[in-house]
Write a protein that binds this ligand. Structure first.
Ligand code: GDP
Ligand code: MG
Length: 176
């Protein structure tokens, strides 16, 4: 995190983690460019995207990092996590195995980041209600241990902006 001249500018590094194909890259493209990609490639070629937002009249630059597919090889590096002040930990509500992996992702986050890193558990693909495999209740129970929780759909845009904004506001509030 960096504070600019006069304390008016902030740069927050936010990482997005979770199993392959849960929708991490689409969350990022929806947030940064309002785009959805039906056939998004596992590797998108860029490491992060920066989105400027306003909180209480302060300019916040959210630098959001995407794994670019490294998670398939369980090889998300420590450089990826370095300096992160916020994290979105994503699973797919229609695939229980991705929810089961959350504990491992939290362990990894704890290894690389300190406890002040703001955490948001994200149940993505809420549009797939008809094949839901993880209930809202059990996700809320998991999130009781110091995480925010939200369900999103990058397909229909539900809650995508909120997921990022809640984390960014929390980081901002923790500065003071
Ligand atoms: P990543 O591997 O976690 O980065 O996942 P991607 O963003 O590449 O998405 C994997 C697949 O899930 C792609 O086919 C997306 O089109 C699809 N997908 C992503 N988000 C959603 C969503 O909210 N709803 C639905 N139905 N499909 C999604
Ligand atoms: Mg991806």
């Amino acid at each position: 995190m960096e504070e600019g001249v006069g304390g008016e500018e902030y740069l927050f590094k936010i990482v997005v983690i979770g199993d392959s194909a849960v929708g991490k890259s689409n969350l990022l493209s929806r947030f940064a460019r309002d785009e959805f990609d039906l056939h998004s490639k596992a590797t998108i070629g860029v490491e992060f995207q920066t989105q400027v937002m306003d909180i209480d009249g302060k300019e916040i630059k959210a630098q959001v990092w995407d794994t670019a597919g490294q998670e398939r090889f369980r090889a998300v590096t420590s450089a990826y996590y370095r300096g992160a002040v916020g994290a979105l930990i994503v699973y797919d509500i229609s695939r229980r195995s991705t929810f089961a992996s959350i504990k491992r992702w939290l362990d990894e986050l704890n290894t690389h980041c300190d406890t002040t890193t703001a955490r948001m558990l994200v149940g993505n693909k809420s549009d797939l209600e008809n094949i839901r495999d993880v209930s809202v209740d059990e996700a809320k129970r998991l999130a009781e241990e110091g995480l925010f929780f939200i369900e999103t759909s990058t397909l229909d845009s539900t809650n995508v902006k909120d997921a990022f904004q809640i984390v960014i506001r929390e980081v901002y509030n923790n500065l003071r």
